[in-house]
Design a protein. Structure first.
Length: 436
């Protein structure tokens, strides 16, 4: 992943130093279990841990140099460790295959990445909740097909985003549990050359659950679900980003990204204030979703395993988690500093001459005994005059002047009460945020 869209804590999970340290822990814990079972001397694990205690750094360059000859990364790692530890290192990797190391390492890395992403989601949810209550009753126009529909509040828009990201948090918690599995079952998953108790020991030490049945690898449906979950979160990020981008358009301008002192919007036009952060989030979401299809295609491997999934996961593991981590942090910043313009929201609400109240008049006419078809015809006939005047005419005044409209002036005026639309805002907020 490129540094521009990376944050150090997430990047660190995927660095070679971290990967090799996890490999060492897996091998050492497995050797420890083998020693307890009497398969290897207990001194073997002790030698590994003693060396580890005084040599916390892994020489990545040295391992890479060995791999350049062996063309096998796990063998290169084992060779290097043996050179450091000495004779006792020969008991490492007894009955294990490379995937017993690689898959468990990936499980640990994805679990750790999930913990960072869950913390990101918590920060975003905190901001969305605060801003939702801030604008709980700030009137704005709801739009369907991009066209004025009926009034909503800006707080409801943010409450909707909060509910969506709450669902995403639940999805990620489930995906984390699903991916954090351990398999140390040998060359084809039969435990022919290694006791299942070794797997149990390593799983407990590494904070993983036990894979019920594996081949040479952990089944890739788990990984497919994990990366699909990241893709869904990416889509939710884009959904909110696109909303902000639309609201920032000059002819709308109901909200906009914070524009810092000294910031420049265009190299050519000094007046520009562009939604660059949310546009960037749209692009990042495309990348996150782009990793989902390769993960789905990794599910179908040949027999007990081939390595067609391996190169894919070396890309998508780091790139998807690093990108999503950055995107969530950026979205949190956007929403925290988002500039909201209630006066412009009200102006846009009023600009179409009261058309947003058309449904209330339609319903009132039907309740007064007019057929639905005639009620619709009467309201639409007057509404189209307002529409074609670009809001210069008033729907209320036209309806009052229409001899076929049987409602009194007072009854019509009542149907143009903006507050009527917000009577259930408290109910919705209670559903989303719980009782105060």
């Amino acid at each position: 992943m490129i540094p521009r869209y990376s944050r150090p804590e997430m990047v660190a999970i995927w660095e070679p130093q971290t990967r090799f340290r996890i490999w060492f822990e897996i091998e050492a814990h497995a050797t420890e279990a083998l020693g307890e079972l009497g398969v290897v001397p207990k001194t073997a694990a002790r030698a590994l841990w003693d060396w580890w205690a005084t040599n916390p750094e892994i020489d990545v360059a040295a391992i890479d140099a060995i791999e350049a000859v062996t063309k096998h990364d796990v063998i290169a790692f084992l060779t290097w460790v043996a050179e450091q530890v000495g004779d006792e290192a020969r008991f490492m990797h007894q009955g294990m295959t490379s995937s017993d190391v690689l898959d468990n390492c990936l499980s640990v890395q994805l679990a750790r990445a999930s913990d960072l992403l869950l913390a990101d989601l918590d920060k975003l949810l905190e901001v969305l909740k605060r801003r939702a209550f801030e604008h709980k009753l700030t009137p704005t126009i709801g739009r369907s097909h991009g066209i004025h529909a009926e009034p909503v509040t800006f707080g409801l828009k943010l409450a909707e985003a909060y509910a969506e990201f709450s669902r995403n948090k639940a999805r990620l918690l489930a995906a984390r549990a699903d991916i954090a599995t351990c398999a140390i079952s040998g060359a084809v998953g039969t435990f022919a050359n290694i006791d299942p108790r070794v797997e149990e020991h390593v799983a407990a030490k590494m904070g993983l659950s036990i894979e019920p049945v594996s081949t040479q690898i952990i089944p890739r449906d788990r990984h497919a679900m994990y990366f699909a979950t990241l893709g869904v979160i990416g889509s939710s990020i884009e959904r909110l980003a696109v909303e902000i981008r639309h609201l920032q358009r000059t002819e709308v301008l109901e909200a906009e990204e914070y524009f810092s002192p000294g910031q420049k919007g265009s190299s050519a036009m000094p007046h520009k204030r562009n939604p660059v952060l949310t546009e960037n989030l749209t692009g990042l979401a495309r990348m996150i979703r782009g990793y989902v299809t390769p993960a789905l295609e990794n599910v179908a491997l040949w027999h007990e395993r081939d390595i067609s999934h391996s190169s894919v996961e070396r890309y998508i593991g780091p790139d998807s988690t690093i990108t999503l981590d950055f995107a969530l942090a950026r979205l949190t910043g956007v929403m925290d500093k988002l500039l909201v313009y209630p006066a412009r929201m009200q102006k846009n609400l009023d600009r179409m001459g009261g058309l947003v109240h058309s449904q209330r008049v339609l319903l009132a006419l039907t309740q007064a005994g007019v057929s639905r078809e005639d009620s619709y015809r009467l309201v639409q006939r007057n509404a189209m005059k307002v529409w074609e005047s670009d809001g210069e005419l008033s729907l209320l005044e036209l309806l009052k002047a229409d001899p076929e409209v049987t409602l009194s002036d007072a009854e019509l005026e009542d149907k143009f009460d903006l507050g009527y639309h917000f009577r259930q805002v408290d109910t919705i907020f209670e559903r989303v945020f719980g009782k105060a």
